[in-house]
Design a protein around this ligand. Structure first.
Ligand SMILES: C[S@@+](CC[C@H](N)C(=O)[O-])C[C@H]1O[C@@H](n2cnc3c(N)ncnc32)[C@H](O)[C@@H]1O
Length: 188
């Protein structure tokens, strides 16, 4: 009994240290908080993003590319890819922990591609829909990049953070955990 207790405490201690080191490295990797950390979409904001994406994709009969910039564990791509098997879903994720989680969760869905890469170094000219959940540092940089690269008519859904330059269609209030969050919809 005593050995079991000691082993459990050691396991908890090691897990705690591992997570501390992981979050420290992720914070350094993100340019000391410039790029968004691994925080999964949840609650009302997540539902709104999924609902709005579904509305757009339901109206799109031809095969279209949907990008999730920083796809985390694939929490947005998975339900959309199940519902729209004829569309292609591409998630970029540079952090190995969410990348491996997303790879594993999406393994049985051939219409999902999880790619370990920096989403700022990709090109989105062939996108039909772009999803993102970024932060203030990328407001101008990503807004400018998308506005330059996207084809006319492409939709962008940005959770929690506004993007510059892109023509705004709508903003939806999505209070989550009593935080006054919003979802921003754009169309090039
Ligand atoms: C706020 S989370 C998005 C969560 C995701 N939408 C979900 O539902 O799980 C942002 C993610 O973007 C990733 N990320 C941040 N900057 C990135 C970059 N430049 N390239 C690729 N991934 C990035 C982070 O590692 C993190 O997992």
């Amino acid at each position: 009994m005593k050995t079991f207790l000691i082993l459990t405490l050691l396991l908890i201690g090691f897990s705690f240290c591992f997570l501390e080191i992981y979050f420290l490295l992720a914070y350094i990797r993100s340019g000391f908080g410039k790029y968004p950390p691994f925080v999964i979409s949840f609650g009302r904001a997540k539902n709104i993003v999924l609902n709005e994406a579904e509305k757009i994709l339901a109206k799109t009969s031809h095969k279209t590319n949907v990008y999730d910039l920083g796809c985390g564990d694939g929490g947005l791509l998975l339900p959309l890819a199940k519902r729209f098997p004829h569309h292609v879903f591409i998630g970029y994720e540079w952090d190995w922990l969410p990348y491996l989680l997303a790879k594993f969760r999406c393994r049985n869905h051939p219409n999902i591609k999880i790619i370990k890469a920096d989403f700022m170094k990709q090109n989105y000219h062939n996108a039909g829909l772009v999803l993102c959940y970024t932060g203030p540092y990328l407001k101008h940089r990503l807004g400018h990049k998308l506005n330059n690269e996207l084809s006319k008519g492409t939709h962008v859904i940005s959770e929690a953070f506004e993007l510059d330059e892109l023509p705004q269609k709508k903003e939806i209030s999505s209070p989550t955990l009593k935080m006054p969050m919003k979802v921003f919809l754009y169309q090039k």
